[in-house]
Design a protein around this ligand. Structure first.
Ligand SMILES: [Zn+2]
Length: 471
């Protein structure tokens, strides 16, 4: 296609013999004299709008003495990326002139009214990219492709958008919009897996209210200082993990707050510290006793043993429907087990053959049931039953779990009264994983935290698997 230049009315336009195209735009003061076609390093077509930028009266006035300045030579050529046109990229290029005062010898650069601050792109392109980012429908990589803006600049635009939205002055987070009766606190791993951060959420709407580095009590004190005691006076309960000392920090400052240990974290403790350990011990025992066949059967069963029965049922269903199963984190070889028996029957087989695993299955069922109760005395009876069950096994891991339940008894049965759902906590955990996988967790923690805060306000985070655009 042939592009030729257009009328000098400030609009960009180009034509070919068949079509005449005018692109409305607000490149104030720019006069397009020629349009040329180039190829970017990526192989994409770039339409280059060449022209000149008019000097304004304001440009010509010296800021020091108020005299009229003179243009100093031809100026330096400047190129700004502009709005994409169809699948093609565009840019505007013109001479950027320097002005000089004959009186006081001050110099200044001509003002470019359509340039985005700090970036070599037009304001229109900046706003377009920012709008795309604000929809939450595109990853940074996709926005980079759609706008032709480099990934680092896309990130800077997005970070600025988030700072404008969630902070007062680019540093301090805004205070929560509303008060809440329940808050939740939880820690999560940062990208390198060695450092931690902690988030505090409004359990009523799932919004992240605060994120800080580390997992120390100080985060709680900082948060309370941030929201103030009046705000805290509306909070009745706090959901947290039993293995943290966050609740102590809350009790130190706001003694009316009831800690509640939610179902998600109890099951996590059971899976990570008991089921996994019991399985490992059993495997070792079987090996030592020479029962290699049985020891082998226990290999790669962590996934099955720590999954909910409903998850296993769903996986079996999917396998039956011929869906391709993901291999997950490689802890366990999907195909092997499914070919032999199916997830659920494999699970049943394992607990049938192993008394301890059978006891753990029973404990999981009883925990589920206990967490459905709405009367504290009824829940208390059930938890006590679980403690007895653990003790009866005399297994050190189960004895540890019994002690854990015993020493957090009050906060556990408080669940019957406060009915704090684990859904919000699980939702945030999944978002952290998704965003980390999409690469947002590296290397800018501040940006990652803002992305998390933002994603807790948008209910939908795109599945990274749906990416269509490659590098
Ligand atoms: Zn002057």
């Amino acid at each position: 296609m042939q592009y030729t230049h257009t009328e000098a009315n400030g609009q960009l336009a180009f034509n070919d013999p068949a079509n005449f195209l005018m692109i409305p735009c607000a490149l104030h003061g720019f006069e397009n004299t020629d349009t040329t076609v180039h190829e970017a390093a990526s192989g994409r077509t770039v339409l280059r709008f060449e022209g000149s930028l008019r000097l304004t009266e304001a440009d010509r006035i010296c800021e020091c003495c108020g005299r009229r300045m003179h243009s100093n030579g031809k100026g330096e050529t400047i190129t700004l990326r502009h709005l994409p046109f169809g699948g093609d990229l565009t840019c505007v290029t013109f001479a950027h002139r320097q002005l000089r005062c004959p009186e006081c010898e001050a110099t200044k650069m001509q003002h470019i009214p359509f340039k985005a601050e700090d970036h070599e792109i037009t304001e229109e392109l900046y706003n377009y990219a920012r709008d795309l980012l604000a929809t939450g429908d595109y990853t940074n990589k996709e926005v980079s492709y759609l706008t032709g803006i480099g990934k680092n600049v896309v990130k800077e635009i997005d970070k600025q958008r988030l700072l404008d939205e969630y902070t007062i002055d680019g540093k301090t987070l805004k205070k929560p919009e509303k008060t809440t009766r329940f808050i939740g606190i939880d820690e999560f791993k940062l990208h390198n897996g060695r450092r931690y951060a902690t988030h505090i959420i409004d359990m009523e709407n799932g919004h992240i209210l605060w994120i800080g580095h580390g997992k120390k009590k100080q985060i709680v004190y900082d948060f309370i200082e941030h929201v103030g005691m009046e705000w805290m006076s509306h909070v009745e309960a706090i959901a947290c993990d039993m293995n943290s000392d966050f609740q102590e920090a809350f009790e130190d400052t706001c003694e009316w707050i009831q800690p509640v240990f939610d179902h998600f974290h109890i099951v996590k403790n059971l899976n990570d510290k008991v089921v996994s350990e019991v399985r490992r011990d059993e495997q070792r025992r079987l090996y030592e006793e020479g029962d290699h066949e049985a020891a082998k059967a226990l290999k790669r069963t962590r996934y099955i043993l720590t999954s909910k029965r409903s998850t296993l049922k769903k996986k079996d269903q999917e396998a039956a429907e011929g869906k391709v199963l993901s291999r997950g984190s490689g802890i366990f070889n999907t195909e092997d087990v499914v070919r032999r028996s199916g997830y659920e029957s494999k699970y049943d087989e394992l607990i049938r053959e192993n008394e301890l695993l059978f006891a753990l299955d029973l404990i999981k069922d009883k925990l589920d049931e206990a967490y459905r109760q709405t009367q504290e005395p009824v829940m208390a009876d059930m938890i006590m039953e679980i403690i007895d069950l653990c003790r009866a096994t005399k297994n050190k891991h189960l004895l540890w779990f019994a002690r854990l339940l015993d020493s957090h008894f009050e906060g556990i049965i408080a669940h019957a009264t406060y009915r704090i759902s684990s859904g919000k906590i699980e939702g945030i955990n999944n978002r952290i994983k998704t965003l980390r996988r999409q690469g947002y967790g590296y290397p800018d923690d501040e940006y990652f935290f803002l992305k998390l805060i933002d994603s807790s306000r948008n209910t939908y985070v795109r599945n990274p698997k749906s990416h269509r655009i490659n590098d």
